[in-house]
Design a protein around this ligand. Structure first.
Ligand SMILES: *[C@@H]1O[C@H](CO)[C@@H](O)[C@H](O)[C@H]1NC(C)=O
Ligand SMILES: *[C@@H]1O[C@H](CO)[C@@H](O)[C@H](O)[C@H]1NC(C)=O
Ligand SMILES: *[C@@H]1O[C@H](CO)[C@@H](O)[C@H](O)[C@H]1NC(C)=O
Ligand SMILES: *[C@@H]1O[C@H](CO)[C@@H](O)[C@H](O)[C@H]1NC(C)=O
Ligand SMILES: *[C@@H]1O[C@H](CO)[C@@H](O)[C@H](O)[C@H]1NC(C)=O
Ligand SMILES: *[C@@H]1O[C@H](CO)[C@@H](O)[C@H](O)[C@H]1NC(C)=O
Ligand SMILES: *[C@@H]1O[C@H](CO)[C@@H](O)[C@H](O)[C@H]1NC(C)=O
Ligand SMILES: *[C@@H]1O[C@H](CO)[C@@H](O)[C@H](O)[C@H]1NC(C)=O
Ligand SMILES: *[C@@H]1O[C@H](CO)[C@@H](O)[C@H](O)[C@H]1NC(C)=O
Ligand SMILES: *[C@@H]1O[C@H](CO)[C@@H](O)[C@H](O)[C@H]1NC(C)=O
Ligand SMILES: *[C@@H]1O[C@H](CO)[C@@H](O)[C@H](O)[C@H]1NC(C)=O
Length: 789
């Protein structure tokens, strides 16, 4: 009894929701000259009352959408709209005119939209029919224009799409402007899903057999949605059958990228809501397109498929939405995670939250076999690089930022450990809009790749490990064998030589460099480097020891150290001055050097590094190879500078806990995952520099390049894999004369940037490969730990 009453009340209330003049409506016909005004609830209703054409007020504002909706369903689901990109201000009118069809005009008289007639003719009347189609007809009932031929994001039973037609998603549930996704029924008969930002693109290929091509996309009155083939066959989107007689049906490309057919029983519109019969893709959370952004949800977010086959996105514990107004956007960790200060890293500061059946598809960097759940979470806690660990089937996958393609999936049978800081001391809340948009901008480009994200989170490299490894090795040098040709300068001398440290040549991690002239005979130009914050007290002996090692190096591809100053707090190094500046300004300037010149420079850098690694009295690892540290002499020979300094300064700085920062874009991955630091870090950096030399562009370039090209190492590998290396040269004619040399050089570089240090060649092998003495094998993908690709 009570139930029956409720039903009645519901029916009653749903009746009241309908505009009163539904009852007055007769046959859906609209005369020329009729108009509607964007103010109240004005509309033209179909004869059955199922559909209405008119203005709908947008949420939270005074703007209106000219649209068609299900008039008997309480939420009045919109199935077509005219002016999504240009909502109409209050007081706008739509007029049915004989010569221009429907015309939407703002109160100021601006034309906001009009129906484009596909067939020329004079409109006799409009008709809102019971299928949901608004038609303009001439006096012989020929259709001049109809909404069914100009769909937006929805198709209805009875609607047919010819080749060349398309559906476009709206921007969000309530924002009807053009969104990210599109469904194209191409002229070749293929139905293709695509997204504005590369997220996915799939074709429902209708077959290669002649006659099997798609002819039209049909939503028939029985509720079947299919591609009709040229030969009469069908490609049917499966699902239970629901007849349009008994159900309201619609097929909509929703703003989140899912094409789905929904149904609602006509008998219970009051309390039922739209339910899906089928969806394409069946599970959008599993749709991935590696190297094309973060997936349907933003970075570090988790995609969860709802019962209606639509995704929602959730930030994991300890993470928040980057933009609170964009629930499908990226999440950022509430407190700092990562290797920013490895010296202070201790697992006690961190904890893990356990989630079931959650995974991020492409962010793994280490796979631990024969693991237990406990060793998996411990291993993540102990590793500053690890952001989450996913344990499944005795295997532990450690994942680093950015976490992309996150999803929840009950079939995964996995345990996920999400790391978070258990104190709030480093809570990082983007405080203003500006920092947030920067994050998004940088994030959207950089987060897409594996290695570089560490820099976004402010990761810096600390050479402590390196220091410890090499301290022992060098202990055999004592003060007694310091026979050297280095000259010792007084601070006063250098102050005079540089005219009071007047002309700055450059600034680096180790200090500022000034130009000077010292009087050795006729006066020689020098570069004087003032070292940063050197702790003098105990460092004296080591400083001299390291200086001797540097001083003993002699190679045509190294910048020569002339002398030093070691006086009180002041430590300065005096180098020969090189006239042609840095490789960076040479490569990235307006005038591009020739291919031949560039290859000679590459060869010189390789030989200089080979000498440092294998041929000088004791191995020197540079730690900071980059084009800014490679100088060019009068004859454009490459000369490596700053070698030996990483060690020299670490020695002192390890005591003051000051981080030496590696240079963004050039640093080998082992700096971040507590692997031993070997000469292979220089090989990695050399590989990046070699790619820059090949392409004459910076390794990270967000300003001038689209997303796929922003990270040089990824882009070059993609081009190489796809056999399209020409693209990296930017149509440089000169270099293209010899494509085999381009390919060979790129392959060498790809070997050097292997994430696994043991796969990288030694500098000796690199020199041999560059000179053509040994063959270059096909390089593997540099980042094989990236799962899912
Ligand atoms: C619809 O009704 C109007 C009058 O209300 C009439 O003029 C018109 O001819 C009718 N149209 C059709 C198609 O029956
Ligand atoms: C329009 O109709 C809706 C639902 O029927 C109602 O909530 C709203 O108040 C109406 N607006 C005006 C201006 O009448
Ligand atoms: C549209 O119709 C309204 C009301 O009938 C009228 O005031 C207005 O001038 C018409 N606008 C145009 C552009 O015909
Ligand atoms: C109408 O057609 C013109 C040219 O054919 C096109 O530029 C315009 O965008 C069309 N307008 C609409 C609303 O489709
Ligand atoms: C239909 O319209 C055409 C052109 O507008 C006109 O020449 C013709 O007389 C009209 N026919 C009828 C039956 O009104
Ligand atoms: C709709 O298509 C299905 C599948 O091709 C077919 O069985 C059915 O008869 C069609 N219904 C109508 C009304 O054309
Ligand atoms: C609508 O509500 C009634 C009463 O609560 C219920 O019996 C019926 O199953 C509901 N219909 C649907 C489709 O949920
Ligand atoms: C690291 O630890 C040292 C001493 O324990 C402290 O002075 C320094 O501020 C810490 N650095 C960070 C970034 O927490
Ligand atoms: C774990 O096994 C995989 C595949 O068998 C292998 O590629 C990987 O190197 C192993 N991981 C470790 C840490 O041994
Ligand atoms: C679990 O691992 C075993 C052996 O490595 C493999 O044969 C099996 O297919 C894996 N099971 C799942 C669900 O991945
Ligand atoms: C950290 O901050 C969160 C939210 O602000 C709070 O709930 C929690 O108690 C804090 N934890 C500590 C250890 O201060």
């Amino acid at each position: 009894m009570a139930m029956a009453l409720t039903v009645w009340l519901l029916l009653l209330s749903s009746l009241f929701l309908l505009p009163i003049y539904v009852l007055a409506q007769t046959n859906g016909s609209v005369a020329v000259g009729a108009s509607l005004s964007a103010a109240g609830n004005s509309s033209w209703i179909s004869p059955s009352g199922d559909f209405a054409f008119g203005f709908r007020q947008l949420e939270n504002n005074d703007l209106f959408l000219l649209s068609i909706w299900f008039a008997k369903i309480p939420d009045r689901t919109i199935v077509w709209y005219a002016n999504g990109d240009k909502p109409a201000p209050k007081g706008s009118t739509v007029n049915l005119t004989a010569n221009s069809g429907l015309v939407l005009t703002s109160p100021q008289g601006d034309e906001l939209w009009k129906s484009n007639q596909s067939i020329a003719g004079v409109v006799a009347h409009g008709l809102m029919n019971d299928k949901g189609n608004f038609v303009l007809e001439d006096n012989k009932s020929a259709k001049l224009w109809e909404t069914f031929k100009n769909p937006t994001d929805t198709m209805l039973p009875g609607q047919i799409m010819e080749r060349g037609g398309k559906l476009s998603s709206r921007n969000s549930e309530t924002d009807y402007s053009r969104g990210r996704f599109q469904l194209d029924f191409q002229v070749d008969g293929n139905l293709v899903f695509s997204a504005k930002k590369p997220f996915y693109s799939t074709a429902t290929t209708t077959g290669t057999v002649p006659g099997s091509e798609g002819l039209r996309l049909v939503f028939n009155d029985s509720g079947n949605f299919y591609i009709l083939r040229v030969n009469g066959g069908h490609f049917i989107f499966t699902g239970e059958e629901r007849a349009a007689r008994d159900y309201y049906l619609r097929t909509t490309l929703s703003f989140d990228g899912v094409l789905a057919q929904y149904f609602l029983p006509k008998t219970s519109v009051g309390n039922a809501s739209w339910a899906p019969l089928w969806s394409e893709p069946p599970n959008i959370c599993q749709k991935i397109n590696v190297n094309s952004g973060p997936g349907i949800c933003g970075y570090n977010s988790i995609c969860i498929l709802q019962a209606d086959k639509r995704p929602t996105c959730e930030c994991p514990t300890g993470y928040s939405l980057l933009d609170p107004n964009d629930p499908y956007g990226s999440c950022y960790p509430d407190s700092k995670l990562g290797c920013e200060n490895e010296l202070n890293y201790t697992k006690d500061l961190y904890n893990v939250e356990v989630l079931a059946n959650t995974d991020w598809l492409t962010s793994s960097y280490v796979q631990l076999n024969a693991s237990t759940a406990d060793t998996c979470s411990q291993s993540c806690l102990e590793d500053c690089l690890c952001a989450v660990a996913v344990y499944s089937n005795d295997t532990c996958w450690k994942k680093k930022f950015p976490l992309s393609y996150g999803r929840e999936d009950s079939t995964l049978n996995s345990k996920t450990f999400i790391k978070f800081r258990n104190d709030n001391s480093t809570r990082q809340v983007p405080d203003d809009k500006k920092s947030r948009t920067t994050w998004v901008h940088v994030g959207s480009v950089l987060l897409g790749t594996s290695v570089f994200v560490n820099f976004i989170l402010g990761a810096a490299v600390i050479c402590l490990g390196f220091f410890l490894i090499f301290q022992k090795k060098h202990a055999r040098f004592t003060q007694n064998d310091l026979d050297t040709n280095l000259r010792s300068f007084s601070h006063k001398e250098l102050k005079e030589a540089t005219n009071g440290f007047n002309e700055e040549l450059g600034k680096g991690a180790f200090g500022v460099v000034y130009k000077g002239i010292i009087q050795i005979g006729s006066g020689v130009q020098v570069a004087v480097k003032k070292l940063n914050c050197v702790n003098v007290q105990d460092g004296e002996k080591e400083f001299k020891t390291e200086l001797k090692i540097i001083g003993q190096t002699h190679h045509k591809n190294l910048v020569r150290l002339v002398g030093y100053c070691d006086e009180g707090q002041e430590r300065l190094l005096v180098y020969e001055f090189l006239s042609n500046g840095t490789l960076a300004s040479f490569l990235f300037g307006d005038e591009k050097p020739s291919w031949r010149q560039r290859m000679e420079i590459a060869d010189g850098v390789a030989k200089g590094l080979l000498y440092l690694h294998e041929e000088c009295s004791s191995q020197i690892i540079h730690c900071d190879i980059k084009p800014q540290n490679i100088l060019l002499d009068d004859h454009y020979n490459a000369r490596i500078s700053d070698f030996g300094l990483a060690k020299l300064l670490m020695m002192d700085q390890s005591r003051t806990h000051t981080a030496i920062r590696g240079t963004k874009g050039y640093v080998a991955p082992e700096w971040f995952n507590s692997m031993a630091i070997t000469a292979k870090v220089d090989v990695y950096s050399f590989g990046v520099v070699l790619l820059e030399i090949i392409c004459c562009r910076r390794s990270v370039d967000m300003e001038n390049n689209c997303e796929e090209k922003a990270i040089l190492i990824d882009w070059v590998y993609d081009c190489y894999r796809d056999g399209a290396l020409d693209a990296v040269l930017d149509h440089e004619v000169d270099a293209l004369d010899d494509k085999t040399e381009l390919e060979k050089t790129a392959m060498i570089a790809l070997w050097c940037i292997q994430e696994d240090p043991s796969l990288r060649p030694s500098m000796r092998k690199v020199v041999q490969m560059l000179e053509g003495v040994v063959e270059v094998d096909v390089p593997p993908c540099p980042s094989p730990y990236t799962r899912g690709g």
